[in-house]
Write a protein that binds this ligand. Structure first.
Ligand code: 5GP
Ligand code: SF4
Ligand code: MG
Length: 444
């Protein structure tokens, strides 16, 4: 998912819209915006893509100089309109709206407790827990105190933006699993967003990342920072591998450069004799460029991508995923006939994409197809907001690399090692989460 918050700009909801458009890759199921004019919060949200949902007339409803937004891809809850965000509620202190990127690991316990004492839920989202925790905390008189109490009860991954009628809050969990950056908008006010690619579009300058464990309060035209948790950074390495957009700077580093470096490390670790390096578009392009530069094997865009098909991974059933890979990718036959190819992708999850691609390239006349994956083998699910399937569905949890190579019908298959990945990121290993690759889950 992605979140955005705009504070102190007369076009707040429009700027939210553009930001969500820039971050559409982080979720295509649903999107929404809440804005406040200081008196009431209004929300427009629906299933579908950002440009399908928002029409000019919505911006007459979404008035005010502060707004928050969300694009959704479900990791908790259902693919239903009730599960679109921001989540809005009226409660004892007025009105509130919340947008959340991440996934809570203790959502069920909290929900069961809340239901026991009479809470009713409208959705399956873990985010709704937060609203209840805030609303029922009569001990604390201010919203800010209630928010702090509430986020101390939840566990897991949360990059949050919260809107009240007159304030906005941005919070990152102590692990900092999901990114969240702060910027200054040239036409006035501030922006917080999951990815800095949103800043470019709305004309904002990057100030800094919001720190793991930090809360920023936007009030009376100003912002105030405080640490509400003791930080224990475990930032998601998969943001670099696949999730974030290459032009974004995530956790202080440019995603494109890191992906390219991953390709270079992969070429050093897992060389192969071949005639050309071919990326699986779009997710393998940067790594393939790095692999090509490092190995000296020429780079060719020998697989075309049809851009009118969305991300295949998000489709709910295997049949549709299979068909969609075919609709999405097709080979440039005369380029690859009789050639030995190194095909680079960012990751293998279920193996659907790689298997289909190898078959397609062989049918098109490739002499050899060597798959090189610019990440380690995905052996475990993510509990922190990336929608990897269950352990059983992950091909690398059941099969060895050689067995996977056979299954996808490749002449060889190799992955980047965790050490190679760390070298590419050029940062302290302990600041990152690698759990879906090494099984070391920071919190369960
Ligand atoms: P597979 O076909 O092996 O199940 O999935 C691998 C493909 O899905 C890769 O091309 C990769 O770019 C993409 N992918 C990997 N992980 C994710 C994810 O968490 N979400 C989405 N949307 N796509 C992913
Ligand atoms: Fe990221 Fe994997 Fe950790 Fe999930 S388990 S936060 S995808 S590194
Ligand atoms: Mg891909």
């Amino acid at each position: 998912c992605s979140v955005v918050g705009i504070y102190g700009n007369e076009n707040a909801s429009k700027l939210c819209f553009y930001s969500l458009f820039a971050m559409q890759h982080r979720g295509q199921e649903a999107a929404g915006i809440s804005s406040s004019d200081g008196i009431h919060i209004k929300t427009v949200k629906d299933r579908g893509l950002v440009t399908q949902i928002f029409k000019e007339e919505h911006f007459n409803i979404l008035k005010g100089n502060m707004a928050i937004g969300h694009t959704r891809y479900s990791t908790a809850g259902d693919d239903s309109i009730l599960d679109a965000q921001p989540v809005f509620a009226r409660y004892g202190l007025g009105e509130i709206s919340i947008a959340h990127n991440g996934n809570l690991v203790n959502a069920k316990e909290i929900r069961d407790e809340l239901i026991k004492i009479g809470a009713i839920f409208q959705s399956n989202m873990d985010t709704e827990n937060l609203i209840h925790l805030i609303a029922k905390n009569h001990q604390k008189p201010t919203l800010k105190e209630r928010i702090i109490d509430a986020v101390k009860k939840i566990k897991g991954a949360f990059s949050l933006v919260i809107l009240s009628r007159t304030k906005m809050f941005a919070i990152r969990d102590p692990f900092g699993f999901r990114p969240l950056s702060l910027g200054k908008i040239k036409s006035g006010g501030y922006i917080v967003a999951s990815e800095t690619c949103a800043f470019e579009l709305v004309g904002a300058e990057f100030i800094r990342d919001i720190k793991p464990g930090e809360m920023i309060t936007f009030e009376n035209g100003e912002l105030k920072s405080e640490m509400i948790f003791n930080p224990t950074p475990k930032q998601c390495i998969f943001e670099y591998i696949y999730f974030a957009r290459p032009d974004s700077n995530i956790f202080g580093k440019n995603v494109y450069s890191i992906r390219k470096q991953m390709g270079r490390e992969l070429a050093k670790e897992m060389p192969v004799e071949a005639d050309m390096v071919v990326p699986v578009p779009d997710s393998g392009v940067a790594a393939a460029l790095g692999y090509s530069e490092e190995s000296g094997i020429p780079f060719e865009m020998a697989i075309m991508r049809n851009h009118y098909v969305g991300r295949t991974f998000i489709e709910p059933t295997q049949e549709i995923r299979d068909l969609k890979v075919k609709m999405k990718l097709s080979p440039i036959k005369h380029k690859i006939e009789g050639k030995r190819l190194v095909v680079i992708d960012d990751s293998i999850v279920r193996g659907t994409t790689s298997r289909r691609i190898v078959r397609m390239l062989k049918e098109a006349g490739a002499k050899e197809v060597h798959m090189r994956i610019a990440s380690p083998a995905t052996t475990g699910p993510c509990y922190y907001g990336v929608d990897t399937p269950t352990k059983e569905e992950l091909i690398a949890s059941r099969l060895s690399t050689d067995e996977i190579a056979k299954y996808i019908e490749a002449d060889s298959l190799a992955y980047l090692s965790i050490d190679g990945l760390v070298r590419a990121v050029k940062d302290k290993k302990e600041n990152y989460c690698f759990a879906c690759f090494d099984g070391n889950y920071p919190i369960l």
